[in-house]
Design a protein around this ligand. Structure first.
Ligand SMILES: Cc1cc2nc3c(=O)[nH]c(=O)nc-3n(C[C@H](O)[C@H](O)[C@H](O)COP(=O)(O)O)c2cc1C
Length: 358
């Protein structure tokens, strides 16, 4: 199950401390202009070592196109992208390979597969998400050409106890914050908190909010392939993701119908539409044409630089403290990953609509 999508399918491959990682995209129409620089720019946003609040692993993350592009445009053949690992340090993980890290995937990968690559978490490492970001950057470029008004924005709306309800209008508001929080006061609190946690050797979780404007109405298939269901599937496939809510989400459960309902009206241009958007842009699994709004919750990073109880692979009790290079919180670096998965889901539905000519 290394493949995601139906009309636009991505297959990722590679491990954290192997030679590199990559992705093959299949199903893209021919003739889509692809800028490799734009793919690189997205990879640079996800890359570790770019702020004091990310893992200091120094990966160049240079993307190379192996197939599917000719004179800057897709040919319809599989588009294969390759990103070499340049700063893998397997020695950092020699100790970890002997034991089960609490709340990491070493335990379940071993239960399921027996023989796995434990170096840097192998396939379970968030390094795999670089391939998704590269694929998402391609999907974003397809979307820009298919639906020029579409804009996807994701940002950190909570890190630990610090939260903001502010919604940014553009990406510069998000990117000027080292933790990708567009509210400058809350961003400063988050930064201070992460700096304290780094000293204490502890980690935290948080929440990413996403708004996609200009989403055409009619995306999403009734019943099993609802747009909301596919988004949830995509988001919960990201490492350390623990929750998904669309619109008012869990808060809707304690809201009165008279407050939660979005009344319909005719707007100034004569278009019938909901006057409010508590639904988050999806009704019956199909996009309404209002902005998509959803949130993704992430757990704290599992690998701590402070002593934890666990057992070795032989069952012997040990106390270990991780070395190696780890993030204090997954959220700032997961922002471009969440955007990439959103772009892949939307591009997939747009291509499906074309295939089945609704
Ligand atoms: C952007 C990002 C960075 C991450 N960095 C680390 C890390 O440095 N150390 C770590 O132990 N886990 C890290 N994780 C989380 C693990 O990959 C994840 O917790 C692990 O694969 C177990 O899967 P699960 O938490 O989804 O159950 C990161 C996740 C994301 C999204």
């Amino acid at each position: 199950m290394n493949t995601f999508g139906r009309a636009l399918r991505i297959t990722t491959f590679g491990e954290s401390h192997g030679p590199g990682i990559g992705v093959v995209l299949d199903g893209l129409p021919s003739g889509v202009s692809i800028s490799v620089e734009a793919i690189q720019a997205e990879l640079d946003r996800r890359r570790p070592g770019t702020s004091p609040y990310t893992s200091p692993r120094r990966e160049a993350d240079r993307v190379e196109v192996l197939s599917g592009l000719y004179t800057g445009r897709t040919t319809g053949a599989p588009l294969a992208l390759w990103i070499a690992n340049t700063d893998a340090r397997p020695a950092d993980y020699a100790k970890l390979a002997q034991l089960y890290r609490p709340s990491h995937a070493d335990f379940t990968y071993t239960l399921k597969y027996g023989h796995t690559d434990p170096q840097g978490g192998g396939r379970s490492s968030a390094r795999e998400t670089a391939a998704r970001v590269a694929a998402g950057a391609v999907a974003q470029q397809f979307l820009q050409q298919a639906i020029p008004d579409l804009q996807i924005l994701a940002w950190s709306c909570a890190i630990g106890p610090f939260t903001t309800a502010y919604r940014p209008t553009d990406r510069t508001e998000i990117e000027r914050s080292p933790v990708r929080c567009p509210d400058p006061i809350v961003s400063a609190e988050m930064e201070r908190y992460l700096a304290e946690l780094q000293i204490a050797g502890d980690t935290t979780g948080g929440i990413i909010a996403v708004e996609a404007r200009g989403v055409p109405p009619g995306l999403g298939e009734p019943i099993y392939d609802k747009l909301s269901a596919r988004l949830a599937y995509a988001m919960l496939s990201i490492n350390a993701a623990r929750g998904f809510e669309i619109g008012e989400g869990f808060a809707a459960a304690s809201t009165l119908g008279s407050v939660h309902n979005d009344p319909f009206h005719k707007d100034a241009s004569g278009r019938i539409r909901p006057a409010t958007n508590h639904a988050g842009g999806v009704l019956g699994g199909i996009s309404t044409g209002e902005p998509l709004f959803f949130r993704v919750a992430f757990k704290p990073i599992a690998t701590l630089r402070r002593p934890q109880h666990t057992v070795t692979r032989q069952g012997e009790e040990v106390i270990f403290s991780a070395e190696g290079r780890h993030d204090p919180c997954p959220v700032p670096r997961a922002v471009p990953i969440v955007e990439a998965m959103t772009a892949l889901v939307l591009a997939d539905f747009i291509l499906l609509n074309r295939l089945y000519k609704h």
